[in-house]
Write a protein that binds this ligand. Structure first.
Ligand code: CDP
Ligand code: CDP
Length: 227
């Protein structure tokens, strides 16, 4: 079974997808972490973030790996563990520019499809239901108000020693969403056959249970078709 989860920043995609994957014993694929790892490496190597060809070459040269070590989700690029460095405001600021480049998206698409081919997966991002896995068995579009999403991200960053303001985070999220929605290649968009869940007033567990229920309904429907 392939499950696609898309939506804007801070909607709860990765938190929820990780839990659903754990409950079902599926592999979780965080495609945002892949774009973030590439952005980190590009900044480190001083590659022009508007140069799609150079960025795609970087991605071809330095493999991005998603793995689970000691129950922790990790991301590596060129075998370096960059998990701790990719969620900083600096990477958040530049990642959408990198992700807007056509050559980068083409290379990511190939890598992500081959990862998804390995078995039961739940993959989250911006273009999973529309582009990476258009034939996914279940597509979810998670959203929440900008206030709520900014509040969540701000609280998360505070625990990591962040000193900036709530307004800065809100603006960062709003401008990244806008960039992701307006880009030419595979923009952030709800797939026509995706189920919309507004998580503004829901707890993480409520969202997880809702999705598990949808998976169950899908699987029961599949069984009935066989009979
Ligand atoms: O966790 P958060 O929602 O803040 O972001 P993320 O899922 O880590 O994604 C970071 C950025 O990567 C997004 O803002 C997009 O620019 C890009 N992205 C994308 O273009 N396509 C995807 N499938 C996943 C992420
Ligand atoms: O991956 P995405 O950017 O969509 O969001 P996330 O990183 O999974 O979630 C952002 C923050 O919101 C996390 O700290 C979650 O614990 C929190 N969250 C929440 O408080 N209530 C929800 N219903 C979902 C997420």
């Amino acid at each position: 079974m392939k499950i696609a989860i898309d939506g804007p920043a801070g909607a709860g995609k990765s938190t929820v997808a990780k839990k659903v994957a754990h409950e079902l014993g599926y592999v979780y694929i965080d495609t945002g972490a892949m774009y973030r790892a590439l952005t980190y490496k590009a900044i480190q190597d001083q590659v022009d973030l508007h140069n799609g060809e150079a960025l795609a070459a970087l991605l071809a040269k330095y493999p991005v790996e998603l793995l689970v070590e000691n129950n922790q989700q990790k991301v590596k690029i060129n075998h370096q563990d960059v998990t701790e460095y990719i969620r900083t405001p600096e990477i958040s600021k530049y990642v959408s520019t990198v992700a807007a480049q056509e050559q980068v998206r083409k290379t990511m698409l190939m890598i992500q499809r081959s990862l998804a081919a390995k078995g039961n997966v739940i993959m989250d991002g911006r273009d999973i239901g529309t582009n990476v896995l258009p034939d996914a068995d279940l597509k979810i579009f998670l959203t929440a108000t900008i206030e709520e999403r900014a509040k969540r991200r701000y609280q998360e960053l505070l625990t990591k020693g962040y000193k900036g303001s709530f307004e800065e985070i809100k603006q960062e999220i709003a401008s990244r969403d806008k960039q992701d929605q307006e880009r030419k290649y595979a923009p952030l968009k709800q797939a026509g056959d995706a189920i919309l869940i507004d998580t503004s007033k829901l707890t993480i567990d409520q969202v997880v249970n809702h999705i598990l229920q949808l998976v169950k309904e899908y699987q029961e429907g599949d069984k009935n078709e066989l009979i």
